[in-house]
Design a binder for this molecule. Structure first.
Ligand code: GDP
Length: 568
């Protein structure tokens, strides 16, 4: 505003706020104070310019193929860990085998001359937790289904978590060595979840494997590379690195250590970085075999030394030009997160403000996680909810299952901006707390029509309202005054209804419309008023009016928003 800091501080003090020069204050207050200096305030999300630079897309000609990042998911005991181990061991040379005890949260293997990165925390919990934090690192999900047991509840969860993340899915039908293995059963069951495997004419790849014998592992890796090629995964190795923290710990001898999964660019020893609330300088870098490396190109997981304090899993990691910028970004992030925490976490999506969000962001979808007491209710309510979809708003039940609302459901809803709808079920205290933290809305009902009515009402709010005109009053012009600079003031008598300051008016002369527009002032005697009723006189000036005469008729109207209902 070109004002001295002191002046602004003095103005704040008048309002009872003792703020220092570098203190964050709330938007409403900024607006108020700036207003008093004669400024309008516009709200734009702040990003440090260094970050804005780093988030810019790379030029097409700089992009090179990068290895796919793969996560294994599936029901407990279906063999995720065994498969991860088998893959790792099968692709390692005797020389490297010593390093295999290392676990840094991810590892890379080479197959047919190409690399594949595996995240070695299997399961959709870790996957969705990262996603809820905004870290979408996985390109391909391997859905592990035991051939003897088939699809189980956690398999379904994994399918829906992967689907809502929009990642590619390859099915590994595991334990094929077992005599009771029945891969056909698995394929049939997959159909029920809209995963149509190639044998059934679909495009989902399924591979029979055995983590025990190693059968099918090579095929699985081949397919991963095939899918990766189709996905055209690319990055620019020739720029400062950015990535995500996969895991972090305090190491007794080495201080804070964290595994960074480089997404773009190349991370180098000596690079200065910012990461969540912390920052630092890469003092040492180790690969998944514990070997010191100097560089980490895209899709590479590396253990990094040199953090000032321990970061969190899911934190974004950026290499920046110098320590000052690194510190600035980390500090701003901290202050900003703290101030939004104080202002109570904004809800990600609530039924109440759906409409507003839709208007702002033109979002026209309502993702729902549905949990019910019995399978029958799941099916019935899912069908009823889907029926509420219409061309303007799509209801998208991203996950439906029997059982209480869990922390996993909350994370999925958080990551997908969904709400959770429960029928005859509830959430325990821990889950409620997480929901509160994540800003996820949980709606619980015990009567079906109440549940569907509520969603219906929310969607109606989401539908574009129709603007309808409503005539609210009629006036007669009884006298006209010409006022210098202002123009005409019409002395009117309200014959019918009323007129408000916010009305629009039409002026008729002998039933012919001569003007239409806003009113610029509404007075009774000398005073501004907001409304004048029938039977009273008022003084009216009308914007841009060129001519008005005694005997003209004025029609006052307002525009009202009429919410559409689904039945129409
Ligand atoms: P996770 O919970 O999905 O990580 O499953 P695990 O990898 O821990 O495996 C669960 C159990 O299944 C273990 O006892 C494994 O030895 C066994 N298992 C895993 N893969 C296979 C397989 O391909 N064949 C047989 N026969 N057993 C397997």
């Amino acid at each position: 505003m070109g004002r001295k800091t002191k002046e602004v501080m003095a103005k704040l003090k008048e309002k009872g706020v003792n703020a220092g020069a570098n203190q964050m204050i709330e938007f409403d207050l900024i607006e108020e104070v700036a207003g008093e200096f004669g400024y309008l305030v516009e709200k734009i999300p702040y990003e440090h310019e260094a970050l804005v630079e780093l988030e810019k897309p790379d030029p097409e000609d700089k992009l090179k193929e990068r290895p796919p990042i793969v996560t294994l998911m599936g029901h407990v005991d279906h063999g995720k860990t065994s498969l991860l181990d088998k893959i790792r061991h099968s692709r390692i040379t005797a020389k490297e085998a010593g390093g295999i005890t290392q676990h840094i949260g991810a590892y890379q293997v080479e197959f047919n001359g190409k690399k594949i990165t595996f995240l070695d925390t299997p399961g959709h919990e870790a996957f969705t937790k990262m996603r809820a934090r905004g870290a979408n690192v996985t390109d391909i999900v391997i859905l592990v289904v035991a051939a003897d047991e088939g699809i189980k509840p956690q398999t379904v969860e994994a399918i829906n978590h992967a689907k809502s993340a929009g990642v590619a899915i390859i099915v590994a039908i595991n334990k094929i060595d077992k005599p009771e293995a029945n891969p056909d059963m698995v394929k049939r069951q997959l159909l029920e979840h809209d995963l149509v495997v190639e044998d059934y004419g679909g495009d989902i790849i399924s591979v029979p494997v055995s983590a025990k014998s190693g059968q099918g592992i090579d095929e699985l890796l081949e397919y991963i590379l095939l899918v990766a090629e189709l996905l055209e995964l690319k990055a620019n190795p020739d720029r400062p690195a950015k990535g995500y923290i996969i895991e972090a710990k305090i190491d007794k001898g080495r201080g804070p250590v964290a595994t960074v999964l480089v997404q773009n660019g190349t991370l180098k020893r000596g690079d200065t970085f910012t990461c969540g609330y912390t920052y630092g300088k890469v003092r040492g870098m180790f690969n998944d075999l514990g070997k010191q490396v100097k560089e980490a190109p895209p899709s590479t997981p590396v253990e990094v030394l040199g953090f000032n304090t321990i970061p969190d899993a899911g934190d974004k990691f950026y290499v920046v030009q110098n320590e000052q910028v690194a510190r600035e970004i980390a500090e701003v992030k901290k202050v900003r997160d703290e101030s939004t925490k104080q202002q109570a976490q904004p809800k990600k999506l609530s039924l109440e403000d759906l409409f507003k969000k839709m208007e702002e962001g033109e979002v026209k979808e309502l993702p729902i996680v549905l949990k019910c007491d019995v399978q029958g209710s799941v099916e019935t309510i899912d069908a009823l909810l889907n029926k509420l979809s219409n061309p303007e708003v799509k209801i998208n039940v991203i996950h439906k299952a029997v059982g209480a609302i869990t922390e996993n459901d909350v994370l999925l809803a958080s990551a997908s901006n969904a709400i959770i709808v429960g029928f005859h079920v509830k959430a325990d205290k821990k889950t409620m707390k997480l929901a509160e933290q994540e800003g996820v809305e949980i709606r619980i009902h015990n009567i079906i029509y109440e549940l569907t009515n509520e969603i219906k009402a929310a969607i109606e709010g989401m539908l574009e309202p129709e603007i309808k005109e409503e005539v609210i009053g009629r006036l007669e012009v009884r006298k006209v005054f010409k006022v210098p600079k202002v123009g005409f003031v019409a002395g009117c008598y309200v014959q019918e209804g009323y007129i408000t300051r916010k009305s629009m008016v039409r002026v008729y002369r002998d039933n012919i419309l001569i003007h239409e527009g806003r009113i610029s002032s509404l007075k009774r005697f000398k005073d501004d008023v907001s409304e004048v009723k029938a039977g009273y006189e008022c003084g009216l000036s009308i914007e841009n009016l060129k001519d008005i005469r005694e005997g003209d008729e004025i029609e006052a109207y307002i525009n009202v928003e009429v919410k559409k209902t689904l039945d129409k």
